[in-house]
Design a protein around this ligand. Structure first.
Ligand SMILES: Cc1cc2nc3c(=O)[nH]c(=O)nc-3n(C[C@H](O)[C@H](O)[C@H](O)COP(=O)(O)OP(=O)(O)OC[C@H]3O[C@@H](n4cnc5c(N)ncnc54)[C@H](O)[C@@H]3O)c2cc1C
Length: 445
């Protein structure tokens, strides 16, 4: 494994955002030998939404998760099983079990890993307002927020930070992306998916009074209830203490809202109406959500960008490849970005802005096509799952039937559970590619 030279390891590397991508960048760079890493994060703490991924990343820092060995596709209205896909083969094939975990546990694991590295300094409660320059030295405006709790103390003044490399992992509403597009005179519009999602978490205590619900939280399976233009995916997290449900339905509430609206407090009666024709088991769970605690998310993506790189600045994660959640690959791909950045920057030949730019373009070469293909697969999965009545739905249900009859060995309309798609997702080691092919790729740029 290459490590940075004396000239490059003290380069000042700034990261915007302490989400999945930003934390992984910081940790990978520190582990790869960089000594001067700064992370700027608007929030004062880390997020709390659960998610799905393979265990490799969770083992990296000893995170807790639940092992899942199956995915059940169920017809939403009748609770009839359409297919049951065995995921047990994943451990045999890819050497890690398929697991689900709470996003908080993953973020905390990465954060604790970062805290153990002297090279990393966190600047919490500090938002990046503008990226001012991209090369030879990137610079940006950092805006500290006042302390939480209304102490009345004024926030420190905004200040300008200059660095050698800037990695912008500032999520789907990335300001760095907007500034980069402007600087390059490129455009990429927001694509309205016309879909929205409710996120629901039920506790074990809520579910254990009902035998059917207890069986769900104790099952080692992801369950997906599919209805007309809507579905619900659910699985246990936090050692089966929490049952996480995530819905997708046509967007009604955000359709007329300004484009920057991404979440809203939803109405429970509207949620119950949207899934009104789903089976009693599903409705029982939706009914358990306390009034006032329904949160609805707008699902938005962007057109693919022409490039993720300008000068010594690179975009990371949702800032450059936001995705629909149907492949469970948003956080996973942000993590792959961070790990690949660590692997390529460790091989930086010297500290010049030209070499930094070329090295960041190797990162883009390894990551862009793959991330954008997975974004497209997530959109394709949504198209398959959210059909109305008609020929296409008949074909999808025929595929589910064939899958059932062939004991799970046939193409799966839900791309995430398809073994050929899983080979693309889990069977590719981007870090190995970065380490082994860096020189050839670098010389070809
Ligand atoms: C409904 C839903 C379900 C999902 N389910 C899954 C799943 O099961 N599995 C999965 O892998 N992915 C899932 N995702 C996607 C996943 O959450 C994102 O793809 C992932 O978090 C992207 O990581 P990121 O680091 O790029 O951005 P984020 O995790 O969003 O992090 C961005 C960080 O930057 C900070 N920030 C933003 N702007 C600034 C600024 N100007 N200055 C300083 N800090 C800033 C933010 O506070 C945040 O901490 C889901 C997403 C949604 C909407």
């Amino acid at each position: 494994m290459a490590s940075p030279s004396k000239d490059t390891r003290s380069l000042k590397i700034c990261i915007i955002g302490a989400g999945m991508g930003g934390l992984t960048c910081a940790l990978a760079l520190a582990k790869d030998g960089f000594e001067n890493i700064h992370v700027y994060e608007t929030a004062s703490n880390l997020g709390t939404v659960p998610g799905r991924w393979m265990a490799g990343w969770m083992r990296w820092h000893g995170m807790a998760g639940s092992m899942l060995i199956g995915e059940r596709a169920i017809e939403g209205a009748t609770d009839t099983e359409l297919a049951n896909v065995d995921l047990g083969y994943i451990e045999e094939t890819y050497h890690y079990p398929h697991m689900v975990g709470h996003r908080h546990s993953l973020a905390n694991g990465l954060y604790n890993g970062c805290l153990a590295q002297k090279a990393i300094t966190f600047h919490f409660r500090t938002g990046v307002q503008r990226v001012l320059s991209f090369a030879p030295n990137p610079s940006f405006t950092a805006v500290p927020r006042p302390r939480d709790g209304g102490s009345g103390e004024p926030a420190p003044d905004p200040y300008t930070v200059t660095c050698d490399i800037l990695l912008a992992a500032d999520g789907i509403k990335s300001v760095a992306r907007v500034d980069m597009l402007k600087a390059l005179n490129h455009t990429a519009s927001v694509i309205d998916s016309q879909q929205a999602a409710y996120r629901i978490m039920l506790t074990r205590e809520q579910m254990e009074c009902d035998a059917d619900l207890l069986a769900l939280i104790d099952a080692e399976a992801v369950t997906r209830w599919i209805g007309e233009r809507r579905h619900i995916i659910a699985y246990p997290v936090s050692n089966k203490r929490i049952y996480n449900l995530s819905t997708t339905q046509p967007d009604v509430n955000f359709a007329a809202a300004p484009s920057e609206t991404y979440t809203t407090q939803g109405s429970k009666s509207a949620m119950l109406e949207v899934f009104g024709d789903f089976c009693p088991l599903v409705l029982k769970m939706l009914n358990m959500v306390p009034e006032g605690e329904v949160c609805e998310w707008k699902l938005r993506i962007h057109e693919p960008l022409q490039t993720w790189i300008a000068g010594s600045v690179a975009l990371v994660g949702d800032a450059c490849h936001p995705t629909l959640p149907h492949m469970a690959q948003g956080a996973a791909q942000a993590i792959e970005d961070g790990a690949v950045l660590g692997a390529v920057l460790a091989q930086l030949v010297d500290a010049s802005p030209e070499s930094i730019n070329k090295t960041l373009r190797v990162y883009e070469k390894i990551r862009k096509e793959r991330a954008e293909m997975l974004v497209e697969l997530a959109a394709a999965s949504a198209r398959n799952l959210h059909l109305g009545e008609g020929k296409a739905k008949e074909e999808r249900d025929r595929m589910f039937k064939e899958l059932r009859e062939k004991g799970g060995k046939a193409p799966v309309p839900d791309k995430w559970a398809d073994a050929d798609v899983q080979k693309i997702v889990y069977g590719v080691d981007c870090v190995k590619i970065a380490r082994e092919n860096f020189t050839d790729m670098y010389n070809s740029i």
